[in-house]
Design a protein around this ligand. Structure first.
Ligand SMILES: Cc1cc2nc3c(=O)[nH]c(=O)nc-3n(C[C@H](O)[C@H](O)[C@H](O)COP(=O)(O)OP(=O)(O)OC[C@H]3O[C@@H](n4cnc5c(N)ncnc54)[C@H](O)[C@@H]3O)c2cc1C
Length: 432
């Protein structure tokens, strides 16, 4: 049986451990558990990996699933270098990267740093380790669905903090860089005409005293427990779209996201909202041949719409090629129309497709359940912006989650730097 918290020839006590220690079996131990493989979670994993810490990144969906869910043909409003992470250049031939460029870039970065990403593994909860717990890696524990390595197999005694070869090589360690892992699994890697490991960050066996237990469920439904020294919650906001809360909202022709306009060719389509997502959807639907009506509760398009798009949408509305109902609200959705409450009274607007582009709520459930308070008005989790550490020592936040209900304050552009603050705190903080 592996004792990841053992000292040479014996046990390393978990702080506060009593004579009546309780065995806490885990599937593995890491230094940092990053929850969310969005751009900011990945940047955090790279940063803590560079600080010599072993990180694992969980995502309940695929890598950068938020970006994957963007409109198919979307261009970023940021230039490529402003959404690059880990110092890895992001070169594109055009002014702004496309969604597809970005997906390819983030895949490459994750591969380059050999980030230990557990796709389709949802974190259900995390909690402090009981003070009298002695952490042991379950005999024969297997990582299930990651890079194909195994943890603690064979019950080797890992006393003294020495981890087996299979345990080495967490986030920040180029894949295959550890001789203990066996031959580098290069067969499925592209040939970049050089050595992928030219800038190897430090190797990182888990080295810090575990303080938390992370409970996750793999794609195949397997429950897993991971011991971690620190948690980075980078769960973003894409999973929880704002709802209109009107009858008919869950009908099959109603969507809270927009993919591409083709599906609405030659059909009446209603777009609800007045921000960037609604405007982009309305314009693309119009170009794809849909008959578009934009419904917005304000009196005009939101002023923060991308400046280069504003003339396009206002021109289309002015010439009537896109219909608009301002100061109006959809109050009911039926199979072939919506009911719009306008200042002049209720109006029935034909709608074979309905797109509710109303923004998202932050995915803060895990933080809330862990006891991190949220500001009731802003939705911002209580944290120190200099370190991104929440009021629970060792629990950090990263990415758009930090801006609470206002997703327009934190983007990839600024959220990508949170990991550096976290790594600095973990590398030098007094309590860690
Ligand atoms: C159409 C569009 C265009 C945009 N363009 C730009 C741009 O040009 N520039 C820019 O800087 N920003 C842009 N943004 C904003 C940007 O996408 C977000 O700010 C960014 O994705 C936030 O990154 P993140 O890592 O914080 O979170 P996210 O990207 O939201 O990632 C969070 C991840 O956490 C995972 N997750 C959630 N809960 C759990 C759980 N319990 N267990 C495991 N995993 C979990 C999710 O599956 C998700 O993959 C745009 C957004 C949209 C919608």
């Amino acid at each position: 049986m592996s004792e990841l918290s053992g000292r040479p020839g014996g046990r390393r006590e978990v702080p506060g451990a009593s004579a009546q220690e309780v065995d806490q079996q885990v599937d593995e131990q890491v230094d940092v558990a990053v929850i969310g493989a969005g751009p900011c979670g990945l940047a955090a994993a790279i940063a803590v990996g560079r600080a010599g810490l072993r990180a694992v990144v969980y995502d309940r969906a695929c890598l950068v699933s938020g970006v994957h869910g963007y409109p198919t043909y979307m261009n970023f409003f940021s230039t490529a270098e402003r959404i690059s992470i880990g110092g890895v250049p992001f070169a594109v031939a055009t002014e702004k990267p496309t969604r597809r460029d970005a997906l390819a870039y983030y895949r490459t970065v994750a591969r380059y740093f050999a980030l230990d990403v557990r796709q389709y593994e949802a974190v259900e909860s995390f909690a402090p380790l009981p003070p009298d717990a002695m952490v042991r890696v379950r005999e024969g524990a297997d990582r299930a669905g990651g890079l194909g390595t195994e943890v603690g197999r064979g019950g080797g005694d890992l006393g003294g903090g020495e981890l087996s070869g299979t345990e080495r090589g967490g986030a920040g360690v180029p894949r295959g860089a550890d001789a203990g892992v066996g031959p580098p699994p290069t067969s499925n890697l592209p040939d970049y005409g050089g050595d992928l490991t030219i800038t190897p960050p430090p190797r990182a066996p888990a080295s810090r005293t575990p303080r938390f237990l992370v409970h996750s469920t793999t794609r195949t439904g397997q429950a897993r427990i991971t011991a971690a020294h620190a948690i980075v919650v980078a769960t973003g906001y894409f999973g929880s779209p704002n709802r209109l809360n009107v009858p008919g909202e869950d009908l099959p022709h109603v969507s809270h996201r927009f993919g591409d306009g083709h599906e609405s060719w030659d059909l009446p389509a209603v777009v609800v909202g007045g921000g960037n997502s609604a405007v982009d959807a309305a314009l693309e639907l119009y170009r794809a041949g849909a008959r578009v009506t934009l419904v917005h509760f304000r009196e005009a398009i939101d002023p923060n719409v991308k400046p280069w798009v504003m003339p396009d949408i206002t021109g289309r509305i002015r010439d009537g090629t896109i219909a608009a109902r301002f100061s109006s609200q959809v109050v009911a959705i039926d199979v072939d129309h919506v009911v719009v409450r306008t200042p002049a009274g209720d109006e029935r607007v034909p709608a074979d497709r309905v797109y509710l582009m109303l923004g998202y709520q932050p995915n803060a459930a895990l933080l809330r359940a862990a006891g991190v308070p949220m500001d009731e008005v802003t939705g911002i989790p209580a944290h120190d912006p200099a370190t991104m550490e929440s009021v629970i020592p060792g629990v950090f936040i990263a990415g758009v989650l930090a801006s609470g209900f206002d997703a327009n304050k934190t983007f990839i552009e600024n959220g990508r730097h949170h990991g550096d603050l976290i790594a600095r705190r973990l590398a030098g903080g007094a309590t860690v």
